[in-house]
Design a binder for this molecule. Structure first.
Ligand SMILES: [Zn+2]
Length: 317
């Protein structure tokens, strides 16, 4: 029964239901992250990666080593059969993370150098990434850069983000390849020259972020995982000021967490990665932070986008 107060529909035509168009401003743009080990792509910059993929960019991850010498950091996975097949297990973990993040992934093909434990530190193994001739690893990365043709490249800072020999080497190789990829005189057999437009360093574990999360945990009466770490961390304000670019990606922290969990041998679900409630992280620090190091396009002092200043093939960003 139609109630008398209801007017016939025809007098008030409704607009047609709006088709939900995906917001894809980055269609046609390509981002390349260069990382040392499988799992680094999920622990550094993963939420911004997920955001860029969702909004149309093609994101590539180059993994320099297979993570063969990594320790098992999740007690649930510390079993002999896992350790025996660690290379294959980590390859499968990487494939799962790749699918969760929606990235394309490339192995650079070098062997993990391992974390040198001891005082003095033992020499690095002969077959490893950190001692492989630089020209060899740079050429391998130049070849992938010329094939993928990224507009933007990210890597670690000159300290490696943390002082693992593979991370420091990853920085050296990425910076050298960024410079060489567009130079026709360098590695002429490694493809047509292509000059990426911007180079960034990750600032994933910056002190201001950790302090803000630590303070928020305490304010909520929760136990902060960063108490010890902050106590032993000498402040370096000039280092923190190097951050130029803060990419909003709080909506994608859930995807980041799933990608991290895919690396089951490396990530303890009960460990520090998941000690801070996600809602609190979104509230307190909803960005991932980067430092613009080289730019072949006009640069702004503060950015919120790794592609800022680059024209998208489909129109302006
Ligand atoms: Zn690593």
């Amino acid at each position: 029964m139609v109630t008398p107060t209801m007017e016939p529909m025809s007098q008030h035509p409704q607009p047609p239901a709006r088709q939900q168009q995906p917001h894809r401003p980055y269609d046609g743009l390509r981002l390349m992250h260069v990382h040392a080990h499988p799992d680094d792509e999920s622990s550094k910059g993963a939420a911004s990666t997920a955001r860029y993929v969702d909004q149309g960019a093609e994101v590539h991850v180059v993994t320099c080593t297979g993570g063969e010498r990594g320790s098992i950091l999740n007690p649930r996975m510390d079993r002999p059969e896992i350790l025996e097949n660690i290379t294959e297990v980590r390859r499968q973990e990487m494939e799962r993370a790749r699918d969760i993040l929606g990235i394309r992934q490339h192995w650079l093909g070098f062997v993990d150098s391992g974390w040198p434990d001891g005082d003095p530190k033992p020499p690095l193994p002969e077959d490893c990434f950190a001692v492989a001739p630089l020209e060899e690893s740079v050429e391998a990365l130049v070849r992938i850069m010329r094939e993928v043709r990224p507009h933007v490249v990210t890597t670690y800072d000159e300290r490696g983000g943390y002082p693992h020999p593979d991370h420091v080497r990853c920085h050296e190789v990425s910076v050298a390849a960024f410079e060489a990829a567009g130079d026709p005189d360098r590695f002429p057999d490694a493809g047509e020259p292509w000059q990426p437009l911007k180079l960034y360093y990750h600032h994933s574990f910056n002190r201001p972020r950790m302090e803000a999360l630590h303070a928020a945990m305490q304010a909520h009466g929760l136990e902060s995982p960063w108490e010890e770490r902050l106590k032993n961390w000498i402040p370096e304000p000039e280092w923190d000021e190097r951050i130029t670019t803060k990419v909003e990606c709080g909506d994608y922290f859930g995807v980041r967490d799933q990608a991290l969990l895919a690396h089951a041998t490396q990530i303890d679900p009960d460990g520090h990665w998941f000690a801070i409630p996600r809602e609190l992280q979104v509230d307190v620090w909803p960005t991932e932070d980067y430092e613009l190091v080289v730019s072949h396009v006009a640069r702004a002092e503060h950015e919120d986008d790794l592609f800022a200043g680059i024209d998208a093939p489909g129109g302006t960003l």
